[in-house]
Write a protein that binds this ligand. Structure first.
Ligand code: AMP
Ligand code: MG
Length: 471
């Protein structure tokens, strides 16, 4: 029997918020990858066999009582009352970090689904959470990944896997929607107090703590959106149940990183109306915050909350343009900067230029490389001229500017075609690429000569790989 020192702070809430569950292990589990960096951070002392057993729900652990959380949510704009952890199991917490598996079988909240996660989507979540963390973007993380011989049917028969994810908070905007529909304001307040304790303890003593809590969620969400947009990350399913109260990226599904820049790109095959298009993400975040404000209505001043949420877009723009200025190497702010940046987006789109590679090449002063990528060299040359003239206003040493730009503009982002290569390799029984890509994800600003090809524009025949929600 292992003593991991697990605690269950969430279970202090009313039992309406969760259900105790049992694990339903996979057949022939095999450890595919472990995230030693995170294992060390958490201080988990397990050998590989024990880690495999842990992820498969078969490690004998002292005081182990896994549970699934209840939540509701607006999915593609429509309210769904009965969501919840349909395939996630909360294993308990170690020093404020909550461990959760995804794919260990059905729970009270599975509805008609099987409680499993397929290998390809588990690989995607495992790598992407580390990639976002490596980019300095708030996110849940991933501790390890096991594959198995258990199969489920999606569009075809597929192998199941389990990823263990970790987070300082698993509370979703939808958790408050769930509390609201219980028609007992004490339950909503209980949840709000829990979130304050867990994520914003400095608010505890304030007389207007619930309003302040909401303001903090808005602030965190604005920052998250500015960061997503700056790296060209598209979540794909920004339903309110996939929005984290502590401002973390959660629930990696059909996400994508921008390849050739297209401001209205839609990465989710099921999103026929483009609700979650790249350019729409900040607006959807604000929409979700307004939904959250509705759930706070009975115990906080709704007008104050709405007014605060309605300042989202101008405040988002300030943060976003500040980050974009840094990506371009601007230390100062000039009056025409926003115009230059907006013009850049139009030109990137018309010239079909790879977003990440563009900024990386700017950081290397590889202007010829940018022109070569462009489908309209005159246009991009014109913009590059303006950009270079703008740089003349900068007083910092060029070498310092380029050094800083290289720390802001990653050489690598995990585009879908790279993840497809990893998935193919794992399906063929090789784990080397998975673990190499994990290392790149964790430090995407460094050089990896063996993987130079992944720092180039996406090959045309592999670009635009689109996932659906089925996973
Ligand atoms: P998602 O689109 O992944 O955010 O999932 C939406 C809801 O469906 C959540 O409540 C999930 O827990 C649930 N869900 C998704 N896939 C499954 C599955 N295979 N088994 C059980 N529940 C699932
Ligand atoms: Mg979800």
């Amino acid at each position: 029997m292992k003593d991991l020192g697990l605690t269950y702070p969430y279970k202090k809430l009313d039992p309406i918020f969760y259900n105790d569950e049992v694990t339903i292990p996979l057949k022939n589990p095999k450890l595919l990858s472990k995230n030693q960096q995170l294992i060390n951070e958490i201080g988990l002392e397990l050998n590989d066999d024990e880690l495999t057993l842990l992820l498969n729900g078969k490690l004998e652990i002292k005081d182990f009582t896994p549970y699934a959380g209840a939540y509701s949510g607006h999915q593609f704009g429509y309210f769904t009352p009965n969501l919840g952890d349909g395939r996630a199991l909360n294993f308990g917490s170690i020093n404020g970090i909550h461990l959760q598996t995804k794919g260990l079988g059905v729970t009270k909240y599975s509805r008609y689904a099987d409680g499993r996660a397929v290998l390809r989507s588990s690989i995607r979540e495992y790598l992407l959470s580390e990639a976002m963390n490596g980019l300095g973007i708030p996110t849940t993380r991933a501790l390890a990944l096991i594959g198995s011989d258990t199969t489920v049917y999606r569009d075809k028969t597929e192998k199941c896997a389990v990823v263990m994810r970790t987070s300082p908070s698993w509370i979703r905007f939808g958790s408050f929607e769930f509390a609201r529909i219980q028609h007992n304001v004490e339950l909503s307040k209980q949840l709000a107090d829990f979130v304050i304790e867990e994520s914003f303890p400095d608010l505890k003593k304030l007389s207007n703590k619930y309003e302040e809590l909401f303001f903090r969620v808005v602030d965190k969400t604005i920052t998250l959106m500015a960061l997503w947009q700056s790296v060209g990350f598209m979540h794909g399913v920004m339903n309110s149940d996939n929005m984290n109260i502590a401002g973390l990226t959660i629930d990696y599904g059909p996400f994508a990183f921008m390849e050739e820049f297209q401001k209205d790109y839609v990465c989710n095959h099921s999103d026929k109306e483009g609700r979650y298009a790249f350019s729409n993400q900040p607006f959807i975040a604000r929409w979700n915050l307004l939904v959250l404000a509705e759930s706070f209505k009975k115990f906080a001043n709704h007008e104050l909350l709405e007014n605060y949420a309605n300042k989202f877009i101008p405040r988002f723009k300030d943060q976003y343009f500040a980050i974009m200025g840094k990506k371009l190497g601007f230390n100062s702010v000039q009056s025409d900067d926003r115009e230059l940046i907006l013009e850049m987006f139009d030109i990137l789109e018309i010239c079909k230029i790879d977003y990440t590679v563009f900024f990386y090449y700017l950081s290397c002063e590889n202007y010829d490389g940018i022109i070569l990528m462009s489908e309209n060299s005159e246009m991009i040359k014109m913009w590059l001229d303006k950009y270079q003239k703008r740089l003349e206003f900068e007083t910092v040493l060029k070498s310092d500017r380029l050094f800083k730009m290289k720390k802001t503009n990653p050489k690598y982002v995990l585009k879908n075609y790279i993840l497809q290569d990893v998935i193919a390799d794992i399906e063929n029984g090789n784990t080397e690429l998975l673990n190499d890509i994990l290392a790149i994800a964790q430090d995407p600003y460094s050089e990896y000569p063996k993987y130079e090809k992944y720092a180039l524009p996406t090959p045309k025949n592999l670009a635009g790989f689109i996932c659906s929600c089925s996973s």
